[in-house]
Design a protein around this ligand. Structure first.
Ligand SMILES: [Zn+2]
Length: 269
């Protein structure tokens, strides 16, 4: 297996979150995350830092089998569970946070699906230890639907705020909801970022495609997602959701936890 472009994985949370509090399957369990990182290393993937990715892409010198691990949103479990695993293996990563929601929660989701986001102190700590912090807008809006002034706030403003928080220039950006168009990509470039990440809809160095890893992935579906042809297959099946359901039915789906409503102990109230 060879690939010209590096594999870029997109995670959201790493934590034990029951299905009814995570309907979008964003939280991979800490055990599954560790097994996935071990598998990548066993398979010979060379982990890249944000800087190695940017420089290697520019000079065309990226190793043929390389991987960049990214996380969106900045959930506290990523600092608690993912960062120590990555550090123990010496694997760098990038964490994309909405600049105005540092220390807040994922308030773009409906209340029962919201989860806490890392504080400024926590972000500075992981940034110093190999999980580089990048920008994910200011308050997680679809940037294709905001005015020009708002777009500058969401791109240049986020870069300024996070740069002040971290005490270093911020290098890369991830589009909230993976949503972008030519105007949004131009704003990100003008704000001084060196690269930006999309999800399935890739478009050059300012909309690099990523492979989404989520709570329903089994080791089997995770391995499938590492294949160089996976992004193309995903784009095709994305237009035909029934195909994706069939594929998941064939390959399996990781079991999810559910919040169990325990009956009140006898005699209580
Ligand atoms: Zn996000």
């Amino acid at each position: 297996m060879s690939r010209r472009a590096p594999l870029v994985l997109m995670y959201h949370g790493v934590d034990r979150v029951p299905e009814d509090r995570d309907p979008y399957a964003m939280f991979v369990t800490p055990d599954a995350f560790r097994a996935q990182i071990e598998h990548l290393l066993e398979e010979g993937f060379v982990p890249l830092s944000e800087q190695a990715f940017v420089e290697g892409r520019r000079s065309g010198t990226l190793p043929s089998r390389s991987v960049l691990i990214t996380f969106d949103d900045g959930y506290v479990g990523v600092g608690e569970h993912a960062a120590p695993v990555l550090e123990s293996f010496g694997v760098p990563s990038v964490l994309y946070v909405p600049a105005a929601l540092v220390g807040g929660c994922s308030d773009w989701l409906e209340p029962r699906h919201r989860h806490p986001l890392m504080s400024g102190e926590e972000l500075r700590a992981v940034d110093r230890r190999g999980m580089a912090v990048g920008a994910h807008g200011t308050d997680h809006r679809d940037l294709t639907r905001v005015s020009g002034d708002e777009l500058r706030r969401q791109t240049a403003g986020a870069r300024r705020a996070l740069g002040e928080l971290l005490g270093r220039p911020v290098t890369s950006f991830a589009f909230p909801f993976g949503s972008h168009d030519a105007r949004v990509r131009a704003a990100v470039r003008a704000a001084g970022y060196e690269t930006a990440f999309a999800v399935h809809e890739a478009d050059g160095g300012f909309a690099v495609g990523r492979v989404d890893v989520n709570a329903v992935d089994t080791m089997r579906t995770f391995r499938l997602k590492l294949h160089p042809l996976y992004p193309r297959a995903r784009r095709v099946s994305g237009r035909v959701p029934a195909v994706r359901r069939v594929v998941h039915d064939l390959l399996g789906r990781a079991p999810r936890e559910r919040t169990v409503d325990l009956p009140d102990p006898a005699g209580a109230r």
